[in-house]
Design a protein around this ligand. Structure first.
Ligand code: FAD
Length: 277
């Protein structure tokens, strides 16, 4: 079996101190030999400069860097400019997303859905970029139905996406069912599970409600029983997420994409347990 490909996601820091910390984190995570580090893009382009600076910094150290790029609220001219910057910086991979309009912003701009962004990137830059798109094993919260969401995914692939990274989840069945459903549509697109290591249960619970990821009841109850005992939360989270990764890889997941939250500890510990280091 081919060695699973690891990728690791960062968000762009807001301060120069954060930049320094991220460099140290990145250098520790380099041991895992990730295929690429990706860098998120704030809603409506709010981190445009910082995402670009972080991506350039990663690439300058010889690592493959993949900027996320969201299109909602953007113009074609604006996206064209960003693509030109990334081309000039030697970037070869982009995570293409719709994004969400920041609250209070009414103008959706010139793109409605991520497939339109993928189509635009291909029309403007041909095969220069490897394009990753988002996939939702527990379905995107705004999808009218699972069938509609699968069709939306297919449109992104038909528009030229090469592979997908999923929203995080803790139900392995959801991922396995999603992959089967995509294969049943005749697509062989690699679908890499997004893995969220668990640092703080309460933060995770709030975030999961917002993005539509389920924390199964048996896990929630156990986390809640630990109260403020951060050591037990960390240990249980590590066991659960490692077991999830093992199951996904054993069932054919082509790799793992870690939502690192700019920390190296848990991602490294999980990969060590999986013997991926
Ligand atoms: P789309 O694929 O366009 O789908 C959005 C919704 O529209 C879905 O419900 C879909 O079913 C529906 N839909 C699609 N096409 C149609 C159509 N023609 N008619 C009707 N409905 C349709 N957000 C950020 O702001 N910055 C980031 O850096 C970022 N990184 C992410 C990385 C990953 C791996 C993932 C999984 C998500 C990320 N997100 C990020 C969040 C993402 O932007 C949101 O989940 C957003 O709401 C949807 O983006 P999308 O690209 O999946 O949209």
């Amino acid at each position: 079996m081919a060695k699973p490909e690891i990728s690791i996601e960062f968000f762009p820091p807001q301060t120069s101190e954060g930049d320094e910390k991220l460099r140290a984190t990145r250098d520790k995570l380099a041991r895992l030999k990730p295929a690429f580090f990706s860098v998120t893009y704030g809603a409506g382009g709010s981190t445009r400069e910082r995402t670009f600076a972080t991506v350039k910094d990663i690439a300058a150290q010889g690592f493959e860097a993949a900027p996320h790029l969201s299109c909602i609220g953007s113009t074609r001219a604006g996206i064209r400019e960003i693509l030109a910057d990334y081309t000039a910086a030697g970037i070869r991979r982009i995570v293409a997303l719709r994004g969400d309009l920041p609250s209070g912003v009414g103008d959706p701009g010139e793109f409605r859905y991520a497939n339109e962004l993928v189509e635009f990137i291909r029309a403007e830059t041909g095969d220069r970029f490897r394009i990753e798109v988002a996939a939702y094993p527990e379905w995107h919260p705004q999808a009218r139905s699972p069938q509609d969401d699968l069709q939306a995914f297919k449109r992104k692939v038909d528009a030229g996406a090469n592979s997908a990274i999923t929203q995080y989840f803790y139900n392995a069945e959801a991922y396995l069912h999603y992959v089967d459903a995509v294969r049943a549509m005749g697509l062989d697109t690699p679908i890499v599970p997004g893995i969220m290591p668990i640092v703080s249960f309460y933060k995770l619970a709030r975030f999961s409600d917002a993005c539509g990821a389920e924390i199964p009841r048996w896990m929630r109850r156990k986390f809640e029983s630990y109260g403020d005992d951060t050591e037990s939360i960390r240990a249980f989270g590590l066991d659960v997420v490692t077991a999830l990764c093992e199951r996904l890889l054993a069932n054919g997941a082509p790799g793992l994409h870690f939502y690192s939250m700019n920390q190296s500890g848990l991602t490294t510990a999980i990969c060590e347990r999986l013997k991926l280091v």
